[in-house]
Write a protein that binds this ligand. Sequence first.
Ligand code: ZN
Ligand code: ZN
Length: 366
Amino acid sequence: MPVVAVIPEPDSPVELREVPRPELEPDSALLEVELSEVCGTDVYLQQGRLKGVPYPLIPGHVSVGRLTKIRGQLLDVHGNAFREGDRVTFLDVHRTCNACWYCLVAKASTRCPQRKVYGITYGLADGLCGGWAQELYLKPGARCIRLDAEPELFMAGGCALPTALHAIERAGLSIGDTVLVLGSGPVGLNAIIMALLRGALRVLCIGAPEHRLQSALAAGAAHVLNIESASESERLEWVRDRTEGRGADVTIEATGAPIAVVQAMRFTRDAGRVVIVGQYTDHGAVPAEAAFNPHLDLNQKHLDVRGCWGSDFSHFYRGAQLVADPVHAQRWSNIKLDCYDLAHANEALAAVASGAVLKALIDPRR
Ligand SMILES: [Zn+2]
Ligand SMILES: [Zn+2]
């Protein structure tokens, strides 16, 4: 029986369990997991800070592996059949219905109420539905993407890659824009890469700690500022000094801190655009310091503020293409990875929570 890592309930350490292999339904498959991801969302899952999560659960939403068993037919978007032995990743979002009002009328499938996410809203009761496991069950309708890239390279982008790609899509950049990225974690780093790909003249990044800012520079940021060494007014001045006194054309918030949303608005020029992608967790009532002035910070600024929720197949697909391309792939080769085996999942979570590592991965083969 495959070994899996399980969060039994909120605020409990991860433990190892054995889970029986499922009876494969028609047009489903088993995946032997090569690498899965440990991201900030998993830290919040372990702390019980996400709503609608069915504990116990196997974490790990974005994963790479090999198809070991296919029942029926599994096709890629080109109509080609997958074979046993193929290396794939898959869209962690499952069951987007393509039949509801959000899918069909609003064309906002990431808000489809039917969708389930591997490693987040699928629990252990749903079977082998998380990547921190030796094997994972690809239920009928799971969308696989053939992966020609090295698994490490794809996972250097991980879930942050499609997330950032979606955010930059929402940002509607113009060629030559100056983009400010708040946050230097995985989403922030991927946002820097994507903004440059999308035509930004330069990217500024405010974040911490120092080793992540070095990664931001390696990802292509022109200037970085350590948030721990500058007050809010000093940060505003730093941005304005680099933007003819106006502020950034576009700001991407990728921090997770509610107060950063207000700062994103203030650091952006009049008639600019702000994309909020870092607020995946509900921090509850807005703290007083995160309040904003509707007149000064929004209306008078003629500001365009957009939320960005989740990602869809197109973001995964485009991300996989980029890392499989030898020219583009090198952008992710500087992102440092720290691998843990299943038995050390708690150490991996702690390292991500403290910011000691940039990107932690689970390698269930170790
Ligand atoms: Zn739907
Ligand atoms: Zn994630």
